[in-house]
Write a protein that binds this ligand. Structure first.
Ligand code: SF4
Ligand code: SF4
Length: 372
């Protein structure tokens, strides 16, 4: 479907998911439940071509993620190519799974920033969340390497009911590790996180307390930048998802599928593959990328809502996950006819605060696939 009516701006930010394999099994992982089907077909040369084409269109920021991107043996050459193309490069990593000295090699290849996932200041909690006993020591080691190499260190802490009581300790810990920024992100409920919502969702009171602690630290105790991301299940309006569908972000997954955001392949749309089409064709002309551009697709209440330019009707993946209708108003919005169902989901999810989550691993992914 060619879109002749909407002015299409080029992608600015591209994210390469180098693999969906990961040594950790975080129970809040946003990756799709059927990730075990991913075949990692993209070769180094394919990634090079994707970067060249995206850069030609005007992309400037490049994220490298996964699964765990350090497991891709070509990662140094991919970063080098990105740097030669003058992308600003950001590695999003668990810190586990890379060869010794990898950070130095990546720095020499041109890497600028590392976003490192740290789930807790304490080993026991980190092991509980990641199901990996060596994660803690390896993350500490790599945090030191990042600082020794003079790279910008962003620590990302995903918050669930398993670590929300540790906010103050986590902020102190991030400061000790020398973080330039700390992002305390109450998780969004997609993929494994949605599967585990009834064992991960904190209460509203816990979130308010966590926010208070962050505010206190920002005002009185730390010069480090601390961001606090509120979970939208407790909001009345949705977030402006991806700055609007097909306006800014382009993700390429390990099988070469091009997506407007990294969870979009949960939607019943056919996403084009970079092995079949150029980035320009995909971005400008593919049916999937044009599907939610503009507002013609919106049903009411969004269609006639004065706020539609602000939030674009919310997140399509969330709308589909919660209503099975990908055009529905995001149920987070209090104007959505499904808002009451979301509130019921929240209430039900908080019934058993001791419920244990499932780990994100191949075995559980295969169980999910075979049940589908
Ligand atoms: S969230 Fe955890 S399991 Fe998922 S890709 Fe990241 S490190 Fe791996
Ligand atoms: S009705 Fe739609 S456009 Fe209006 S605030 Fe809610 S989600 Fe946003």
């Amino acid at each position: 479907m060619k879109n002749d009516f909407i002015k299409i701006k080029p992608p600015l930010w591209i994210l390469l998911e180098l693999t969906h394999k990961c040594p950790l099994e975080c129970n809040y992982c946003y990756n799709q439940l059927d990730f075990a089907l991913t075949k990692d077909v993209m070769k180094k040369e394919d990634w090079f071509r994707v970067m060249e084409e995206a850069r030609e269109m005007g992309a400037v920021q490049l994220g490298i993620s996964g699964g765990e991107p350090l497991l891709n043996k070509d990662i140094v050459q991919i970063i080098k190519k990105a740097n030669d193309l003058k992308f600003y490069t950001n590695l999003i990593t668990s810190g586990v799974g890379g060869e010794k000295g990898i950070i130095k090699k990546l720095k020499n290849a041109g890497l600028k920033t590392v976003q490192l996932g740290i789930q807790s200041h304490d080993k026991e909690t980190m092991t509980l969340i990641t199901n990996n006993k060596s994660a803690y020591d390896k993350k500490l080691e790599i945090a030191k390497e990042i600082k020794d190499e003079g790279l910008q260190l962003i620590i990302n802490t995903c918050i669930t009911r398993e670590n929300i009581h540790q906010i103050a300790d986590i902020i102190d810990f991030a400061e000790e590790l020398g973080a330039n920024y700390l992002e305390i992100a109450n998780i969004q409920y997609y993929g494994w996180a949605l599967k585990n919502v009834d064992s991960l969702l904190p209460t509203k009171e816990q979130i308010l307390q966590a926010k208070k602690t962050c505010d206190y630290y920002r005002e009185k105790k730390t010069n480090m930048k601390v961001f606090f991301v509120v979970p939208d299940y407790f909001e009345e309006r949705p977030k402006p998802c991806m700055n609007g569908w097909g306006t800014t972000f382009l993700t390429i997954n390990p099988d070469g599928n091009a997506l407007p955001c990294n969870t979009a392949n949960t939607l019943p749309l056919h996403f084009p593959n970079v092995k079949d089409f150029s980035i320009k064709e995909i971005w400008n002309d593919s049916e999937a990328f044009n599907f939610f551009r503009g507002d013609a697709w919106m049903p009411d209440p969004c269609r006639t809502c004065p706020e539609k330019e602000k939030d674009f009707g919310g997140c399509r993946c969330q709308a589909y996950a919660l209503t099975k209708n990908m055009k529905a108003t995001d149920p987070v919005c209090s104007k959505s006819p499904d808002h009451d169902n979301l509130q019921k989901l929240v209430k039900d999810s908080l019934k058993d605060m001791n419920k244990k989550p499932l780990y994100r691993n191949r075995k559980n992914s295969l169980i999910f696939i075979n049940k589908e």
